[in-house]
Design a protein around this ligand. Sequence first.
Ligand code: AMP
Ligand code: MG
Length: 524
Amino acid sequence: MLERLHFDNRFTAELPGDPERANYRRQVQGACYARVAPTPVAAPRLVAFSPEAASLLDLSAADCLSEAFVQIFAGNRLLPGMDPYATCYGGHQFGHWAGQLGDGRAINLGEVVNKRGERYTLQLKGAGPTPFSRTADGLAVLRSSVREFLCSEAMFHLGIPTTRALSLVATGEQVVRDMFYDGNPKREPGAIVCRVSRSFTRFGHFQLLAARNDVELLRRLLDYTLRTDFPELRAPDEETYLRWFAEVCRRTADLVVGWMRVGFVHGVMNTDNMSVLGETIDYGPYGWLEAFDPGWTPNTTDADGRRYCFGNQPRIAHWNLAQLGNALHPLIGSAEPLNAALETFAERYTASWRDMMAGKLGLQALDGAGDEALVADLFALLGADETDMTIFFRTLGALPITDEAVGAGFFNDAFYSPATIGEDHAARLVAWLARYRARVAADALPMQVRRARMAHSNPRYVLRNYLAQLAIDAAEQGNYAPVHELLDVLRHPYSEQPGRERYAEKRPDWARNRPGCSMLSCSS
Ligand code: AMP
Ligand code: MG
């Protein structure tokens, strides 16, 4: 089947590329991409593949286990129809305009059209330098590739838009990384993930063209994006551009609401890490909330400003969208309609967030100031005494609503220090539970429906940071079984999985301060 994959590369067919074919670092002007081949690797080994991502390409498990597969997705072999290239984009990093960035270690292999006529771009991450690699090596290490692979698929199974991960291949080569930028470089095993998405176009693709005042190419890229990924918006004119921008605002709002629902912190929400499709993209120093804390970020590179901490994500998404809006200004000619479209974000975010919270609490809808206070008081409680967000909500879904004797102890599994929960805190939680019970009783949802709604809003299994780290530790020793097991657990995040309870437990104490479990950097 691999040989029969049907490639139809519209991005390179319809958009201008850099005429220069040599692979050296440079500014690429007047082009959306530069052709570049993956760098072959010594001894590739398949670590894992995702059967669900493979099925998007009509590939079977047998295809993915073949020798051809590992060679192709290590970048050692091209299939007929592949036409590899790296794309050109810019972006704001930590709030500052960074100029040209581009795919410094991502190479698109081409676009596959599957049996259903759906189009997917295949992209290798870590397959060697490109014209956009700047001062870096174009490679990726196993630790961050395991994280990207697992989290992409976990996010998909949670029902949150994301780029997908088809494969994870160890290259058999070593890569030097200074994990915490503290003068301690080490050799680490290299790896390559093949990502799959309908499009990898980022806010930064438009931003760079606008910053260079290349209005003609800006328009071409947007018209191309409309044709390929937003065909429902039709005619490319000013009205359509504004409707498109509003649609990106809506999708981004829903995306961040999804993250807030499951306790995901992206970690590096630079504008070059924002997909115009509203997908989660670029899994770097991301993390999952353990003890609820809006100020938490796993990214040590961001420890001072905490720009990208959990609670800031909606505000940052809005800021990033404003930058995309600025990039569209040359096509619209005035700021006012863009600002009006940008309002879509706040409106949609508020509405989606309320729906989401109603789901988490098992209510039909949030209703008025009383419900707002109920939610705010709950989050204040969760933040006050190290309470695991995921376990708390899952436990809340099992709360016997009519049994008023149930107290704070019911939530012991969610407390990081159950022995030290003070009487005060326990009493506040019990008081909150009484309000919650009354609110549920007043809601018209039948109990079964409420429970089902909560079970689908509150995952049992998420990719806890320490679980990912344990899988990485094993993979670095050549044992890939824990990666497979974790991938399998995360395929059914909302289901009870008897025998796999340990994957749903709170972070053990040894992992509290261990690098990789609680601290990550952009070094990957
Ligand atoms: P990130 O922080 O991963 O979103 O990366 C920001 C920019 O740096 C993007 O243009 C990446 O392609 C580039 N980049 C990150 N790591 C590497 C690397 N090891 N080699 C080349 N480029 C990289
Ligand atoms: Mg990036």
